[in-house]
Design a protein. Structure first.
Length: 121
């Protein structure tokens, strides 16, 4: 009886260790993915901001003598629409992100189902 209890305890500890390692792997993967996304997004935002700023200056200078107010209005409208489109795309991408630690949660649910017999009425 004690031998059986020891084996069960050892099995449960081994199972918990495996699940803990899986959780650790997923945590590292999520952190690496988030850091990568944040880094590239920040670099893109900075570079695109400079590019758009210089594009606006270029357009304003090119049409300074003829239609400077109209050109400034067009450039502002283009920036506004582009910013709103980017905001919408970012919100859609945020909604599409998978749930973190989904594999760990699924494995724990399978373990629970395997350890606890289903109750039947």
């Amino acid at each position: 009886m004690m031998d059986r209890a020891r084996r069960l305890g050892a099995s449960l500890f081994a199972l918990a260790g495996i699940r803990l390692r899986l959780f650790g792997l997923e945590l590292r993967e999520e952190v690496r993915h988030a850091a990568s996304m944040i880094g590239f997004a920040a670099a893109a935002a900075i570079l695109l901001s400079f590019a758009l700023g210089f594009l606006g200056v270029l357009a304003a200078v090119a049409f300074w003598d003829s239609n400077r107010l109209a050109m400034l209005a067009v450039v502002t409208a283009v920036y506004l629409v582009g910013g709103l489109v980017c905001l919408r795309l970012a919100l859609n991408a945020l909604r599409a992100v998978s749930r973190p630690f989904e594999a760990s949660a699924e494995e724990l649910e399978r373990d629970r189902a395997a350890l606890l017999p289903e109750e039947r009425p």
